[in-house]
Design a protein around this ligand. Structure first.
Ligand SMILES: Cc1cc2nc3c(=O)[nH]c(=O)nc-3n(C[C@H](O)[C@H](O)[C@H](O)COP(=O)(O)O)c2cc1C
Length: 202
């Protein structure tokens, strides 16, 4: 059966939560992965509305310290302590975080230009953003980093704008947290392929 490097990377990508503050590749190489994803990911009508902020080391820890404090203030000390606090500490233990945003301007420009499809463009922008997330999740994994996808919006939105000079109009969609893996991915049950794919004409 086919087994390209690409397919092996697809199979190898998993959610890895046990990560350390180390990276087997350099910061420049991580930056290169991010640049490659943003240059080559497809987007609807080539609108290129995805934006990315890469946080490494101290900046990554700042994100998760701030996110923890915001979450604690929202849900209260009692609810925060225990599994939630451990989870946030686990993210902080990592090496970096990639924040994925959408710039609404190119999306609105498309809606103005093609009114018949106006309501679709924000949905397609989400799809394009997810493609960036997936490319980077898989690329990090292929280069020996463990990563997991997180969603702490809208809780952290204004903190991110203030801390990293992000345009307030950018909409934060997801956070990909990564670091050198110190544990394996969890067991995963897969539903039957036959129940999920229909093939005709084989
Ligand atoms: C769109 C999307 C949203 C997700 N959101 C979260 C999340 O907020 N937190 C989290 O820990 N994992 C999140 N995940 C990871 C999934 O739980 C995970 O991919 C799934 O259980 C399969 O495991 P695997 O990634 O190891 O293949 C998300 C995955 C996708 C595709």
């Amino acid at each position: 059966m086919l087994s390209s490097a690409f397919l092996q990377a697809v199979v190898g990508r998993r959610s890895v939560y046990q990560i350390a503050n180390r990276s087997p590749i350099s910061d420049q190489e991580i930056r290169h992965l991010v640049s490659t994803a943003i240059l080559h990911a497809p987007s609807c009508f080539n609108s290129q509305s995805t934006r990315i902020v890469l946080l490494l080391k101290e900046e990554h820890r700042k994100f998760w310290d701030n996110a923890s404090n915001i979450l604690k203030a929202k849900i209260g000390e009692d609810a925060f302590h225990g599994p939630t606090e451990q989870k946030m500490k686990g993210f902080r233990n990592g090496y970096g975080s990639i924040l994925f945003f959408e710039d609404p301007e190119p999306v609105q420009a498309l809606a103005d230009k093609f009114p018949a499809y106006a309501s679709n463009f924000s949905i397609w922008a989400e799809h394009a953003n997810a493609i960036h997330q997936y490319i980077l999740w898989t690329a990090l994994s292929e280069h020996g980093l463990g990563a997991s996808l997180q969603h702490y919006s809208p809780l952290v939105d204004s903190m991110v704008v203030e801390q990293w000079n992000v345009p307030a109009k950018w909409e934060l969609k997801a956070q990909l947290v990564f670091g050198e893996p110190t544990g394996s991915a969890r067991e995963k049950e897969c539903l039957s392929v036959e129940d999920r794919i229909l093939v005709y004409g084989e």
